[in-house]
Design a protein around this ligand. Sequence first.
Ligand code: ZN
Length: 139
Amino acid sequence: MSCDKRLKDSQTCVICMPVRRGGRNVVTVEIFIENYEKMKQRAIQKRLNIKEYVNDFLQLYLEKEEFLSRVAPSLSVDSYEGNRITLKDTNKKVLVDVFYSNGELQCDVDQSNNCIHTKFIWMIPEISKIKTNDTRIKE
Ligand SMILES: [Zn+2]
């Protein structure tokens, strides 16, 4: 069963109802098996149980996102393709192309590898979408 179906505001999905466990309120969610297996391996390496590890992971991720929206509230990802990520900069009211090349990120607007845009991209999960093999020098 899934709780993805839309409910009216007055309804509460039974599956999402928090229950009390170990002194904390918890809910049950479904995790895709391939992600579960990766998380389980990491938990074993860190000698944590899977529940502790997933919750630590989510908390750090959420805190990181909150941190980024405090320090760079004007920046967000617009799109990405190949070795490029385009950011929306609402401060400068422009789209900013940043390219990955030879292990560095290069900003087209600032002609820099050390501006707020490149620093921002190194921090966000979308960096994993960058194709790094486009510009790799053949050995
Ligand atoms: Zn820049």
